[in-house]
Design a protein around this ligand. Structure first.
Ligand SMILES: *Cc1c(COP(=O)(O)O)cnc(C)c1O
Ligand SMILES: [Zn+2]
Length: 431
């Protein structure tokens, strides 16, 4: 908090003080980057200080966050982040990559990457003394806000499209938030939320609107760099510098996760804790590809689409953090890639089978994008790559079953089991 010095608009570049503004640029509505006191941080904090932290959560990065410690020890609010980085060596070999890791953010308290943003916005809400926090959501942001606000005993209101997967709605209800389903799209819910926040004096967490969400999401970049340095040299490493991969793959809807990752890598680079910033690859569904379209056109004008994809978490007509998300790829030498829904379903099955990771469609989309990138020669032989799984497969079991196929049902006899196994063996080409 002491290191939070203000905001910078991503469109006009104007700097604003911490008290000047709450959400977006008053001149042009641009998304605001949070500015930290980097000189002071360079003096006061070292990578080694973080390495010695006993917190196995995003709160180990407290000096690099624009909020105070929110308290609530022993609650799920304190268990966000520090998710595992799995080494997928066999797949790396098959794809001709030097290394491949999967960071599994499906293991967060409410089972998606959104917990990172919701934890920070709840901490912010507490600090500025709001009574109610509200968000629009395709489901995961709502579940995450309901969970994190619940842990902090703060009332939350969630507006989601009626079509959100039932598991996500169940989570919101179970955590005790007030959920209102909208007959309309996520974009409709988004606009309504902003009006409601204004009218009722609620604090609005909306993705790509509230500047603090990206500050939560950047913690995944911190973790990647710190975890790679630990993996490389053992527990005693990472005292001076952390390591980076060559490329990071992440799925993109509003574009706030990829913007947050970019901010995280930039923070570390500005502090001199890492030498390079990885190439960032944003993966969109072909049915929801507004930022991909702009990337292909070489333009910063992002035209809304009429989104239609089975990956509900990245189904977005008008990306609310589109400009920063586009620049996350263009400024790092990365790219945008669009994948069809069929490739997303195949990626769910392959991640489960090959890596024992269960991803929801939007999570698996990043892996589908990696496969497409290899095919289209986006990657160099020997590249060291991180893929993010952003959501747990249990959130959308219907789509998982589409990916996995139906199980066999038999009479409970050994004979029936034997013939079922024979049929299965034939289907899988023997053994
Ligand atoms: C929200 C979400 C995304 C996309 O994040 P954006 O910030 O909207 O680009 C991807 N995957 C999952 C599982 C999500 O919940
Ligand atoms: Zn501006």
């Amino acid at each position: 908090m002491a290191n939070f010095t203000g905001y910078r608009c991503s469109i006009c570049g104007q700097e604003l003080g911490p008290e000047d503004v709450q959400y977006t640029c008053p001149h042009d509505g641009g998304n605001l980057d949070v500015i930290l006191d980097y000189d002071r941080l360079r003096r006061d904090v070292s990578p080694g200080d973080i390495r010695r932290s006993a917190e196995s959560s995003i709160w180990r990065y407290l000096p690099l966050l624009p909020v105070q410690d929110p308290g609530h020890l022993g609650t799920p609010l304190r268990a966000v982040g520090w998710t595992p980085l799995f080494d997928l060596q066999p797949i790396a070999g098959k794809l001709g990559l030097g290394k491949l890791w999967l960071k599994d953010d499906g293991r967060n308290p409410t089972a998606s990457f959104k917990d990172r943003a919701s934890a920070i916005t709840v901490a912010r809400a507490q600090e500025i003394g709001v009574d109610v926090i509200v968000t629009a959501s395709t489901g995961n942001a709502g579940a995450a806000l309901a969970g994190m606000a619940g842990a902090a005993k703060m009332p939350a209101v969630i507006l989601a499209p009626k079509t959100a997967p039932p598991a996500k709605i169940a989570q919101i209800l179970i955590f005790g938030a007030r959920v209102v389903l909208v007959e309309g799209t996520y974009d409709d819910a988004f606009d309504l939320t902003i009006q409601a926040a204004e009218k009722f004096g609620w604090y609005c967490r909306n993705t790509g609107y509230n500047p603090f969400t990206a500050e939560g999401k950047k913690t995944a970049a911190f973790e990647i760099c710190e975890q790679l340095s630990i993996e490389n040299d053992g527990e005693s490493s990472g005292e001076e510098r952390w390591l980076t991969p060559d490329a990071v793959f992440v799925s993109v809807g509003d574009g706030n996760i990829i913007s947050g990752l970019h901010k995280g890598f930039k923070d570390l680079h500005t502090l001199g804790w890492i030498d390079t910033i990885p190439r960032l690859y944003g993966i969109q569904s072909e049915g929801s590809a507004a930022i991909y379209n702009a990337f292909q056109a070489g333009s910063e004008e992002i035209q809304p689409v009429s989104a239609d994809t089975l990956a509900d978490s990245i189904s977005v007509d008008q990306p609310r953090d589109g400009l920063r998300a586009l620049r996350a790829a263009t400024e790092t030498g990365g790219a945008y890639i669009a994948v069809p829904d069929s490739a997303i379903l195949e990626a769910i099955a392959e991640l489960g089978r090959e890596a024992a990771v269960f991803a929801e469609p939007a999570g698996a989309a990043a892996y589908a994008g990696l496969l497409a990138a290899v095919e289209q020669n986006f990657l160099a032989e020997g590249d060291r790559v991180v893929v993010l799984n952003t959501g747990n497969g249990l959130k959308d079991v219907a789509r998982a079953m589409d990916a996995a196929g139906e199980p066999i049902v038999i009479e409970p006899t050994l004979k029936a089991l034997q013939s079922a196994l024979d049929v299965d063996a034939k289907k899988n080409g023997g053994g």
